[in-house]
Design a protein around this ligand. Structure first.
Ligand SMILES: [Fe+2]
Length: 379
């Protein structure tokens, strides 16, 4: 047991106890918090909280407190109840920890040098399917870089379901699962043509945009049809550092995304900033999609400046500095964070060969929760 888990002294105050630890850190644990988190508060099988905080009074307090080298025991003033906490658990969940971790983003930014230096991480299908270590590596790459390629996957129709099953449940949308990225005679989306596609995020007209996208290449022997990708977070961070006014315009104003293609009996409309930030004022999501962009309805006072910021950002998303390009082979699965890594393709000649990808969506939390499980992280 590490030194920091060694308890030196417990002092009872009016609303909380103070615990002095061996490394001199002092934790404050409030009575209500302690009673609420008594180990008996959770069902042993479901691991769900079964204790209801309304079943005790707000004045509950310890009648006695004692400890061993590994546990702390409290006898409560109400309900004829006592709680035994593991010291390690108390310290790990201490909310007065002085070294409160400041916000650290989970992502690692990249630009086009990724192709030369570290390269996009490539993972072998069989290894990922059969070796937990390799599965973890692949998930970790997607989590940190938002992009990874699985190689040597089977090329049978719908066969990528198996690798999604290794993670969790896929996300269904009105395009169906998988959706077929192939040129068709009367397309209901630009993806289903042979045209070039500018870098974009899929489905920006959803309130909750799918997290990750997997594009499984079944065949790609047509001339053209290279894939492009760009780390939208890296470009957003570039703006934040060097062009703050443009960055602010894109984070503070909402644009309209819409879908009402001819196959739909729905009219999907969603307002959102192009760059969404989280409570730490850090980038959380990029929504950009030429085809789905609605008509801007911003104030006349900012319309010009907004177009300046929007076009600048859009140019950077396609610049040599940030964009990468590569050609998918049959058996590749191009995996990326749809709310971070924008994807596109060059035009292809449908008369020169076939190009057929099958697409799947899966949420970010399926990736992170599987990583928690594989890393034995408990809550
Ligand atoms: Fe797309």
């Amino acid at each position: 047991m590490q030194d920091k888990y060694k308890l030196i002294k417990v002092t009872k105050r009016s609303k909380y106890i103070e615990v002095l630890w061996n490394d001199k850190h002092i934790s404050k644990f409030h009575f209500l918090w302690l009673r609420d988190n008594c180990p008996t508060a959770f069902h042993k099988d479901t691991r769900m909280r079964k204790f209801n905080i309304l079943s005790i009074g707000s004045k509950i307090k310890p009648l006695s407190i004692c400890h061993t080298s590994t546990t702390l025991k409290i006898i409560w003033s109400e309900g004829n109840h006592n709680s035994i906490f593991k010291l390690k658990w108390l310290r790990d969940f201490c909310y007065t920890e002085k070294k409160q971790p400041s916000y650290i983003p989970n992502y690692k930014l990249w630009n086009s040098k990724i192709m030369k230096k570290i390269k996009i991480a490539k993972h072998d299908y069989k290894e990922v399917m059969t070796n937990e270590k390799e599965l973890k590596k692949w998930l970790q790459t997607m989590y940190s870089h938002g992009i990874a390629i699985i190689q040597n996957a089977p090329t049978k129709d719908k066969s990528a379901f198996k690798i999604l099953d290794k993670i969790g449940k896929y996300r269904e949308t009105f395009f169906g699962t998988p959706f077929e990225v192939i040129n068709i005679p009367k397309p209901n989306n630009q993806a289903y043509t042979a045209d070039a596609l500018a870098n974009h995020s899929d489905l920006p007209y959803y309130e909750y945009v799918p997290g990750y996208q997997f594009l499984h290449c079944l065949v790609n022997d047509a001339i053209g049809g290279s894939s492009t990708a760009v780390d939208g977070f890296a470009v957003a961070n570039f703006l934040k550092k060097n062009h703050k006014k443009k960055y602010n315009l894109l984070t503070e104003n909402e644009v309209i995304f819409k879908d009402n293609d001819f196959t739909q009996k729905n009219v999907r409309v969603q307002k959102s900033p192009i760059i969404k930030v989280n409570k730490n004022r850090d980038v959380e999501e990029i929504r950009i999609n030429l085809g789905a962009m609605g008509t801007l309805d911003l104030s006349p006072k900012i319309m010009d400046d907004f177009y300046d910021a929007y076009t600048f950002f859009y140019k950077k998303l396609h610049s040599k500095r940030f964009q990468i390009s590569f050609k998918l082979k049959a058996g590749d699965i191009f995996c990326f964070d749809n709310r971070r890594v924008l994807h596109g393709r060059t035009q292809f000649n449908p008369n020169s060969g076939n190009r057929h990808l099958q697409g799947y969506y899966i949420e970010r939390e399926e990736i992170t929760s599987k990583l928690n499980f594989l890393n034995n992280i408990k809550f």
